[in-house]
Design a protein around this ligand. Structure first.
Ligand code: ADP
Ligand code: MG
Length: 302
């Protein structure tokens, strides 16, 4: 199982859009995916069609009351499960302030879920991908995600000052890796809201490559981090689909947004990617070739 925290302390950079649509693409490719919503704003939950009113169990009950994950999770599609958030989560930061070991509550709860909460591990608890959508802060909720994850994906919007704040974010991963989770690595940066026509976007991506290149061969968690080849272009359909509680493949399968997230999923899966994924609405094809040069073509099924 790959456990991936999707973080950036800046808001509006594409964390939730990436979590939900990458999760949907991986699920379409036949992977079993669990999304954990760690943002009190609960945008990922809403996007996946689950809106809690504060009375039903959520991740809050797992973190603060020790409720098992299995009692909170919901199936939100084929191969796709959600641990939802709600506004109660906003209080978790304060309520956990004096709790010893508060940084690793999610990690322990996950171990419980995967091992079946005392029961023998079952197929129902097995996932190929766990995607954790974080809120716009580096507080205790994001630290819980970093402590539970093996990998970090950083969505980034290529505008002026985009790299500003990245060092702080990376330092946080270094701190977590030193103190709580030595396995943690930053896999890569996903460039979102990309506009290839602008010089600025291209300059930011070049700066990003140069920035990451300076850490190669060191022992920091981002020493091997890459900029994902797939850039997520600005696409109005991606902005529209959350209000329908639908992912991009259900809402607009022929959009560039669907093509980009399908390509990103193929890149994330790497050599494990199937050559062809077919659904009622979509074919995703990976031409044979070296993983690094794979390209994804996406055509609607006619
Ligand atoms: P974050 O979770 O980092 O705060 P979101 O994923 O919620 O960011 O994205 C911020 C806003 O931008 C949302 O309204 C979302 O629908 C929109 N958005 C995200 N990615 C794209 C894109 N590639 N094209 C157009 N709109 C996008
Ligand atoms: Mg978000």
């Amino acid at each position: 199982m790959r456990k991936i925290a999707i973080i950036n302390q800046k808001g509006g950079v594409g964390k939730t859009t990436t979590t939900v649509n990458l999760a949907a693409a991986l699920a379409l490719a036949g992977c079993r995916v669990c999304v954990i919503d760690l943002d009190p704003q609960a945008h990922a939950s809403t996007h996946l069609g689950v809106e809690l009113d504060g009375t039903l169990p959520s991740l809050y009950d797992v973190l603060v009351s020790g409720r098992p994950m299995a009692a909170v999770r919901r199936d939100v599609g084929a191969n796709l499960t959600l641990i939802p958030a709600d506004i109660n989560l906003a209080a978790a930061e304060v309520e956990l302030a004096g709790v010893v070991g508060r940084e690793v509550i999610l990690r322990e709860a996950l171990t419980g879920m995967i091992e079946g909460d005392g029961q023998p591990a079952s197929q129902a608890n097995a996932y190929d991908y766990l995607l954790m959508d974080c809120g716009p802060s580096l507080g205790v909720l994001t630290i819980n995600a970093l402590a539970a994850a093996d990998e970090v994906f950083i969505p980034l919007q290529p505008h002026f000052l985009a790299l500003h704040g990245l060092s702080k974010l990376l330092e946080t991963t270094a701190l977590v890796s030193r103190r709580i989770n030595p396995q943690l690595v930053v896999t890569g940066v996903v460039v979102c809201l990309y506009d290839a026509a602008t010089k600025l976007a291209q300059e930011v991506v070049a700066d990003l490559h140069a920035f990451l290149a300076r850490s190669r061969g060191t022992s920091v968690p981002w020493a091997a981090a890459k900029v994902f080849e797939t850039k997520i272009r600005r696409n109005i359909k991606l902005a529209e689909c959350p209000s329908f509680g639908q992912n991009i493949f259900a809402y607009a399968p022929k959009s560039t947004g669907a093509a980009d997230y399908a390509a990103l999923a193929m890149e994330v899966m790497g050599d494990a990617a199937p050559l062809r994924v077919e659904t009622a609405r979509l074919v995703v094809e990976t031409p044979p070739g070296h993983a690094a040069t794979r390209q994804t073509t996406l055509q609607p099924v006619v």
